[in-house]
Write a protein that binds this ligand. Structure first.
Ligand code: MD6
Ligand code: FE
Length: 217
């Protein structure tokens, strides 16, 4: 039956999902660029290897991170912030690959945010069990600027809440090639990622990667 043949195809999911006013999920928006994105991801993380940062509270983050662009998001006992140098190498972060910036600008435009020019791309790597607990993204200078988030590799469940940590959360599956654009009235909404389930992705193995692009400075 036709319905069964196509039941697992992303094309049966809605192409655009409004998560909240200002927050839009573009299903498969990165799919045609997957090879370029994966090559750029490997290039960046070869130059600035994944590492587990320490939280201000002294915990080791389960997600491994890297960055590229003029600014990189870092965490240590002093807090969360953007820094121009990789604390491991004391060198500038690798340049932002053109494919990251171009995809981010085009996704942002789809959601109505024009002229988005990211200066920071945080690369997250999730292994089995890695998670990000509910948080707000508030280390950037200008909350009028959106955030663009690209999902690659294994699927994950995204939690999306409201302005208060205690607000009810919605669960959304994020798949390889999905792009979320996030800003405006929901820019400071709480969100997180539930612990990654086991799996093997044909190109990316046992991991989920997320590239989050921002105009941080
Ligand atoms: C992740 N993402 O998808 C974690 N933050 O791995 C985030 O924390 C996030 O996807 C702000 C906007 C979009 C995001
Ligand atoms: Fe976030």
């Amino acid at each position: 039956m036709t319905a069964d043949l196509f039941a697992d195809q992303p094309s049966t999911l809605p192409a655009r999902v409004v998560l909240a006013p200002g927050a839009l999920l573009l299903r498969g928006f990165a799919s045609t660029l997957e090879n370029e994105l994966i090559a750029a991801l490997h290039q960046v993380t070869h130059a600035a290897p994944f590492r587990h940062m320490e939280t201000p509270g002294g915990f080791r983050m389960s997600v491994a991170i890297s960055n590229c662009g003029a600014l990189g998001w870092v965490s240590d006992r002093r807090g969360y912030r953007y820094a121009p140098l990789d604390p491991l190498s004391q060198q500038p972060w690798p340049a932002m690959p053109e494919v990251f910036a171009a995809l981010a600008a085009s996704a942002a435009a789809q959601a109505g945010y024009r002229n988005f020019v990211p200066d920071a791309a945080l690369v997250n790597r999730y292994a089995l069990g890695a998670q990000v607990s509910l948080h707000q993204d508030r280390n950037e200078q200008d909350f009028r600027q959106p955030i663009v988030s690209i999902s690659l590799g294994l699927p994950a469940t995204f939690l999306f809440g409201g302005e208060q940590r205690s607000d009810k959360t919605r669960r959304i599956g994020l798949l390889h090639g999905d792009v979320a654009v996030w800003g405006g009235p929901s820019r400071l909404h709480y969100h997180g990622i539930v612990p990654l389930k086991a799996g093997v992705h044909p190109q990316l193995g046992a991991f989920r990667y997320n590239i989050t692009l921002r105009k941080a400075g």
